[in-house]
Write a protein that binds this ligand. Structure first.
Ligand code: ADP
Ligand code: MG
Length: 261
């Protein structure tokens, strides 16, 4: 295993559907341990970046590495996949499995881990997100907020069959979209806690300002297939860059217009 200072490195990463370049030659690096926010209007391709990094889709052009390893296959086709954990916008729990089975799903395929140990690991992860005595419930017996917590607990599980030399890469897609400010704060705390516990690097995709500011060190602004601005979170708060200014203040005037999307 090659050691790399980067959790993610992309070179001219591009993807298109039907002749439209959704991502157009993107270059960025995420240092190991760093916390990045990718922001931009709806439809700008933020989820697409996360899906590529999670190995769910392949880029049409360009290349990318995770923990220094060039990625050329979808995740399911890889022999030694990197430890990348994607938390979807909706909790995406398996409806016919109990909470314990959902959270411990990854561990089950490892024949060396006993049921008892899985139970203990799952309980530990559920406790981290503030859930107790829900192991035998089905997802639809829990509230939306609790289901979201379960999806975070699932991201805390380390797949023992994966290479454990690297810190995990955690990806959060719109974790607070549609939540009230208090619920958002709780999820933001949970993101930071999950990050700390997993000792990883993270990318949070969001257009909620508090989420961007509370969970990240640096920001990339995506629009029209390109990164238009990058900087630290402090620069993001103060910048008069036309993209950042329009985004932060929700202005209709500015470089980002519906016709371009
Ligand atoms: P965001 O997360 O920033 O809202 P997405 O990454 O979901 O944006 O999508 C970016 C663009 O790519 C959208 O215009 C969307 O319609 C298009 N797109 C995403 N996935 C597909 C797909 N599988 N096939 C065709 N177009 C897609
Ligand atoms: Mg999206």
């Amino acid at each position: 295993m090659k050691k790399s200072q980067y959790a993610v490195e992309t070179k001219n990463l591009s993807i298109g559907w039907g002749g439209v370049n959704v991502l157009n030659q993107l270059n960025f690096e995420l240092y190991s341990g760093e916390k990045l926010a990718i922001v931009g209007p709806s439809g700008s391709g933020k989820s697409t970046i996360l899906k590529i990094l999670a190995g769910l889709i392949l880029p049409t052009k360009g290349e990318f590495s995770i923990f220094g390893e060039k990625q050329t296959y979808l995740r399911l086709d890889q022999n030694n996949p990197p430890d990348v954990r994607l938390v979807f916008q909706n909790p995406a729990l398996l409806g016919s499995l109990t909470i314990e089975e959902n959270v411990g799903f990854l561990l089950k395929r490892n024949k060396n881990i006993s049921k008892k140990l899985i139970h203990e690991i799952v309980n530990g992860c559920l406790a981290e997100v503030g859930l107790f005595n829900v192991n035998n419930k089905l997802p639809n017996e829990l509230s939306g907020g609790m289901q979201k917590r379960v999806s975070f607990a699932r991201a805390l599980i380390r797949d023992q069959t994966l290479n454990t030399m690297t810190k995990p890469l955690l990806l959060f897609d719109e974790p607070t979209a549609g939540l009230d400010p208090i619920a958002s704060s709780r999820i933001e705390d949970l993101i930071n806690k999950t990050n700390e516990k997993a000792n990883g690097s993270s990318i949070v995709v969001s257009h909620v300002l508090s989420t961007i500011e509370r969970t990240s060190d640096k920001v990339l602004m995506l629009y029209g297939g390109k990164f238009r601005w990058s900087g630290s979170i402090d620069e993001f708060k103060k910048s008069n860059d036309p993209y950042v200014f329009q985004f932060r203040n929700g202005k209709l005037d500015g470089p980002m217009q519906p016709k371009d999307i």
